[in-house]
Design a binder for this molecule. Structure first.
Ligand code: NDP
Length: 262
């Protein structure tokens, strides 16, 4: 899947939501899905970023996107339910959901960590994807071939000291991914659910986590898109409950000795 070559119309006529679409990996994923024919629903908290992406997508001649401004930290259950109703009214179904938005929080030992930051990270990284998935499952069921991707991390599969709530939230997300995959694995097999670890990628979050690192050492979000297209498009039909890596195993280490993933 790392060198997957997607056909140009891979996502034609698909309705795909991307959370955290305003910057980083989410922005590139949303634009890439649109380039392959999808109508993308851009969810994020900073409206100006969503608007500029909207303009980029329109200017490129890709299908007209939609914007959903939502701060995942403060959103209430009814916000998700209203959003689902709006999507139902406008599109009638959802074919893809990339849970990408995430918060790094503090890198610090548990005994020194802030309980407030813990709650904030768990809210954005776990509770929000849970509430969003809960509200959107009926719309995913309306699709003939839907794909849900939860964005994980290497510290969500093997914890490392000082990664705090971020690591624990990603473990929880892996659990949520497996749980929903199992629940939706019915006789129709029309909704698949997987987790994807981007690996070290050149974004703001990566720079915050590794301030001393040369950002140019890491692949750009564009470079990891083949894996996103593979999991979002029909080539991965029937694959569910899996844990994937957007970069080949060991690629980061081979390129930059001593460097680790987020
Ligand atoms: P960025 O920090 O660049 O982007 C994070 C995105 O999440 C932004 O669009 C941000 O919005 C959005 N977001 C944060 N908080 C909220 C909130 N409360 N409500 C709505 N949206 C919010 O990070 P990356 O692109 O690097 O990360 C994307 C995903 O990939 C994350 O889940 C991260 O954990 C994961 N990941 C990244 C790795 C890397 O090396 N980059 C490695 C492993 C995993 P805004 O721009 O408005 O702040």
């Amino acid at each position: 899947m790392h060198d997957y070559k997607a056909p140009p119309a891979l996502l034609k006529d698909r309705i795909i939501m991307v959370t955290g679409a305003g910057s980083g990996i989410g922005r590139t994923a949303a634009k890439t899905f649109a380039a392959y024919g999808a109508t993308v629903i851009l969810l994020g908290r900073t409206i100006s970023k969503l608007e500029s992406l909207y303009d980029e997508i329109e200017d490129a001649g890709y299908p007209k996107p939609a914007i959903v401004p939502l701060n995942l930290e403060g959103a209430a259950v009814k916000d998700y339910e209203e959003m689902a109703m709006t999507i139902e009214d406008n599109f009638g179904r959802l074919d893809g959901l990339l849970h990408n938005a995430g918060l790094l929080g503090q890198l610090t030992p548990v005994e020194l960590s802030s309980p407030e930051t813990w709650s904030q990270v768990m809210q954005v990284n776990v509770t929000a994807p849970y509430l969003l998935t809960r509200a959107l499952i009926p719309l995913l069921r309306q699709s003939d071939d839907a794909s849900v991707i939860f964005t994980s991390s290497s510290v969500g599969r093997k914890a490392r000291a000082y990664w705090g709530a971020y690591a624990v939230s990603k473990f929880a997300l892996e659990g949520l991914s497996q749980l929903v995959a199992d629940e939706l694995d019915d006789e129709r097999h029309n909704v698949r659910v997987n987790s994807l670890n981007p690996g070290a990628t050149r974004t703001n979050m990566r720079s915050h986590a590794y301030p001393a690192e040369n950002p140019n050492q890491n692949p750009t979000p564009e470079a990891i898109m083949p894996s996103y297209l593979y999991l979002m498009g029909p080539a991965s039909k029937g694959i569910t409950g899996g844990q994937f890596d957007a970069q080949p195993k060991g690629a980061t280490k081979a390129m930059h000795p001593g460097q680790q993933d987020l």
